[in-house]
Write a protein that binds this ligand. Sequence first.
Ligand SMILES: N[C@@H](CCC(=O)N[C@@H](CS)C(=O)NCC(=O)O)C(=O)O
Length: 375
Amino acid sequence: MNTPNSKTQRNPSMRRLIAGLGLAALLLSPASAQNAQQPAQGGQNRQQARPAAPAKTLDAVRTRGHLLCGVNGGLAGFSAPDTTGRMRGLDADFCRAVAAAALGDAEKVRFLPQATVETGLDALAARQIDVLARNATVTLSRDAGRPVTPSAVIFYDGMGFLVPRSLNVSSPRQLRDRTVCWAGAAGAGTGGDNLTGFNGRHGLNLTIRRFDTPAEVVAAMEAGTCHAFAADGGALASRRVTDFRNPDQWLVLAEVISREPLAPFVHAGDDDWRGLVFWVTHVLIGAEHFGVTSANLIESLGNPDQRVRQMLGLVPGFGRPLRLPDDWAARVIGSVGNYGEIFDRNLGRASVFGMDRGLNDQWTRGGLIYSFPTR
Ligand SMILES: N[C@@H](CCC(=O)N[C@@H](CS)C(=O)NCC(=O)O)C(=O)O
């Protein structure tokens, strides 16, 4: 029988990878990221080495030695500091995954809170950050004609409503004549248009009030001047638990009125960097699909499935098209886990929010999360 160990002993590349990962050293060894500047040996049948086209962001990140990640910074479960000051959340862990890929070290990230999606996109355009992972919805106008572009979706959301249980509504269409409040910059964000459209479509005679910050909406909800708080469903599930005095008095309605596919944004025109961030997402999703976790990573090196072997860097040349070491994805998974692990610890079953996977479940379980082949 081929135990992982017996395979390991026979397979020198696997031995090298295990030594490189070396459990305790799993998060370390950024040297190997530097080595990836040199094309790996072997793998001649893979793509031709690309011309040294401009790969500005990856080079800048390596020279600087850390990733500059724009985040919300005030939305628990997505990105917010814990009591020790460590940034936690799905968006925060996504940036750690990018750092693990780019630098071989998930801890080499500086988090820069961005007050709104728009200020975050401006900071990205001004190259003050390398990536914006701030629950930003992908829209045409945020992509086309701007020097920023979305990467792969990491959270499928929709605009939902938080209401007092005492209001006794189970659908947003029962909010006729009520005051609905949302937070965001005037003329920006997706919230205002969603609400105006919803109100018009259903003739609900809503009073729609905009506030600059979520904290102001929470205060108005608790004071009873707003009947419903409209925002991304994920944000509402988070704020119900962290921002309201008595979470049990409030309910997030299941029905949503828009599609809010949330994705990290990167600089437009930097294909290498866009590719790196895009494929980090698909590796996280693919690892879950194939059952590779941070806990079973070493055993998974013995998995005979070629798709797993490739993703874990056991097939030479895997990292080359992205100018990364072949074990980049193994480092990502070893550092932050797969997509399901990230979701569960920050938003799902293992978190205070207990969110269902819903649309963010794997497609094999009825969700929209679907990994593209990493071959
Ligand atoms: N996904 C939406 C909303 C993102 C978002 O963070 N909105 C901010 C204003 S820019 C907000 O306050 N949301 C409500 C909340 O966080 O509770 C978008 O991309 O426009």
